[in-house]
Design a binder for this molecule. Structure first.
Ligand SMILES: C[S@@+](CC[C@H](N)C(=O)[O-])C[C@H]1O[C@@H](n2cnc3c(N)ncnc32)[C@H](O)[C@@H]1O
Length: 352
């Protein structure tokens, strides 16, 4: 699926490189023979970087040093064009572990959003695995396709995006009991529990990434009420960075306080009844008032304007075009990365 030399080894033409200047400012460039990267404090020729080992220090024309590194997937997902909000690396890492994603597995995910989780899943599945992604908004699917293609250098053959609502689309793409893992990142995962029960293999894992407590409560009860799963487990992941310098060793002042909750449950064998299941929630336990608290507006779903979305689709597809045509000489006569170049050159230091 992927060419490992894209991710390690000496820098080659077409590689994405992160340059960090003396004040910590980062710029991402795509290496092209003959091109020049201009900063306000001098210029660096791409040819001076091509062939160097990853992690080299290069000087610009006036002797200012820049550290050159291939960005990690974490850097890429945090800086790539977004249609919908992404799953952050700290949660993606936990998802791979808690959903027990293994090489060769068949995984279904919805919605695909900006494709951030798709990238982590595709890497973990390896060439023998299969990722079936579902997305009901075509523009988001386009952003995801652009981002994933840009990262892997071509659209992975073991990946598909099906447009439509998961509840209707999943049975059209999968046989009953054929999917190893399902990951849901969407507003109303409880609507998908029946379709997911049908698609999962016995013992398969359902993992939901959920933004709010009200959604957590509703999907947990829906999973219990289905009678098809083990008792769901819920958790959240908080990472607190530390400042470690000489004797000044302390937690960072700032951290990402909340992203989402993770909920996992395993598919029971058909007809199996969970022995320790003492109570079953029923829909009648929710009042109209409860349901009101679960509407998209109440849950804080924000709409992206059509204009802004079209801009993000253009940015993502431009990155993908470049990745798939790298090596072809399309930029004769250009000497600056900045002039009219549609490819992403953004800082990976985005904050939520
Ligand atoms: C928060 S985004 C997913 C982000 C993605 N996991 C990532 O890391 O980039 C949620 C997406 O789910 C899609 N969605 C919501 N309900 C859906 C459903 N029932 N079927 C398919 N897609 C759905 C939305 O259109 C939206 O793009």
């Amino acid at each position: 699926m992927t060419d490992a030399s894209r991710f390690s080894g000496p820098f080659q033409a077409g590689d994405r490189v992160q340059l960090t200047g003396p004040k910590g400012r980062m710029n991402t460039i795509f290496l092209e023979p003959g091109k020049v990267f201009h900063t306000h404090r001098g210029a660096i020729e791409h040819d001076a970087i091509i062939g160097l080992p990853d992690g080299s220090v290069v000087e610009n024309g006036v002797g200012v040093e820049h550290l050159a590194l291939r960005p990690l997937l974490t850097d890429i997902v945090m800086s790539m064009p977004r249609g919908a909000a992404i799953i952050y690396p700290k949660d993606a890492a936990q998802i791979l572990a808690l959903a027990d994603v293994f090489p060769g597995a068949t995984v279904a995910e919805a919605g695909v959003g900006s494709g951030a989780l798709s990238m982590w899943l595709l890497r973990a599945l390896g060439p023998d695995g299969r990722l079936l992604s579902f997305e009901r908004r075509e523009e988001f699917a386009d952003v995801a396709r652009g981002n994933v293609t840009s990262y892997f250098g071509s659209e992975p053959e073991n990946w598909s995006i099906t447009l439509g609502d998961l509840t209707e689309a999943l049975p059209t793409v999968t046989e009953p009991g054929s999917v190893d893992r399902v990951v849901l990142d969407m507003l109303a995962p409880w609507e998908c529990v029946d379709a997911v029960s049908e698609a999962l293999k016995p013992g398969g894992v359902l993992l939901c990434y959920i933004a709010t407590v009200t959604q957590l409560s509703r999907v947990t009860e829906a999973i219990r009420a289905s009678g098809n799963f083990t008792n769901p487990d819920a958790s959240e992941t908080m990472i607190r960075g530390w400042h470690v310098e000489g004797l000044a060793v302390r937690p960072d002042h700032r951290m990402i306080g909340h992203t989402g909750f993770l909920l996992t449950a395993r598919r029971l064998a058909p007809g199996a009844v969970l022995p320790q299941l003492k109570r079953r929630a029923s829909k009648s336990e929710f009042s109209d008032e409860d349901v009101e608290a679960w509407t998209p507006g109440a849950l804080g779903e924000r709409n992206v304007s059509d204009k802004s979305l079209r801009r993000r689709v253009r940015a993502a597809t431009a990155g993908a075009d470049y990745a798939t045509h790298r090596g072809e000489d399309q930029h004769d006569g250009e000497d600056s990365d900045a002039a009219g170049d549609p490819r992403p050159e953004s800082s990976p230091e985005s904050t939520p």
